[in-house]
Design a protein around this ligand. Sequence first.
Ligand code: ZN
Length: 409
Amino acid sequence: MTKNVSIKFCKKCLYSENHPLGITFNDEGICSGCLVHDEKNKLDWSFRWQKLLKLVKRYKSKKNNYDAIVPVSGAQDSYFIMYIVKKLGLKPLVVHYNKYFNTDVGIYNLSNLRIKFNTDIIFQNVNPRCVKKLTKKTFTEFGNIYWPILAGNSVFPVQISIKYKIPLIIWGAHQGLEQVGMYSHKNEVEMTRRYRKNHDLFGIDEYNIFNTYDDLNQEDLSSYFYPSDSELKHIGTRGIYLGNYLRWDPKAQHEKMIKLFNYKTTRFNRTIDCYDYVDCFNYLNLHDYLKFLKHGYSKITDHLTREIRHKRIDKISALKIVSRYEKKSPLYVGLFSEWMGIDSKGLKFITDKFKNNNLIYHNKSFQSLNDIAMLENKKKLKRKQIKKISFFNNSSIKKKNYITFGKGY
Ligand SMILES: [Zn+2]
């Protein structure tokens, strides 16, 4: 028995009106994400590249300082961003927030990046006791084990901008634009404190946490405070997104980086994309599973929506592939329990607390947004062969423990 839930889905991609970033639909039932994606096929990208060249030229340091800050990890778009930054003729200061859930593949990618792009780097290793305390808090209160990482990733580059007096920060794509078409490419949207709070951090920033919980003090959160408006104004800090100036295509970009710089990839249990988040034990495992429980869909829906929009897979094949992956158990949960100091029963108790019972519930069946979409496309699913989509896999996670560096453990 499945529960009947009426939910509006995009006619083209896999997203529904339940997307946590917010989504709108036009009269034909096409979502804002698909509509903004279509701009990629219409915009004059050589004109936009010239605009970018002109923009960054103003930031070339005359005082032998760095020209820009580039936040990187051992995964995602880090290599491609560095590749473009070098093409732009900039001298970057690379910054990295240590997330502690590091895989050996990610550590390899990070050190290989420093060698291949011949760059200076600053690591932020927040006191591990604070990180654990904060992770425990955000996990038990919001079902989010990634809050400190998202907060750290988005604030550390800004703090470095102030400290080293380097105004320009260069990011890859803007998630709100790419996924749900929150902005047009032509808006040339830039990094803001507000977007960070409302979307990167799901509406809860360090001030909310500090003001709400008596058991967390200023010291626990000191590494996560966003610089003040007057500091930002004084330095002229701004964060631009390359996706506004280049036709953004993560799959094609990663494949180029594998060929040119030997970027390492790995297979995952819950998605077919081997390129994203290879540096982390938890993002595509426990973190993704929590996303599934809370929102009724997981990262594979994001990955395949992206691939539908780039016309590398059709919607019906994508629905079938999602159904094979989204309910698989997350791996490495034991590593997280051990790191966090909670037993497996305690961990299950906390994760179950965040199950969205409107969408997902245990009866005779287990219903997700994809299940509901499958029901709506029942007839088409019957007659359709699954189209395959391939991702290169050139490595595997060999060491089954969090790789530490700096003062991490
Ligand atoms: Zn769509």
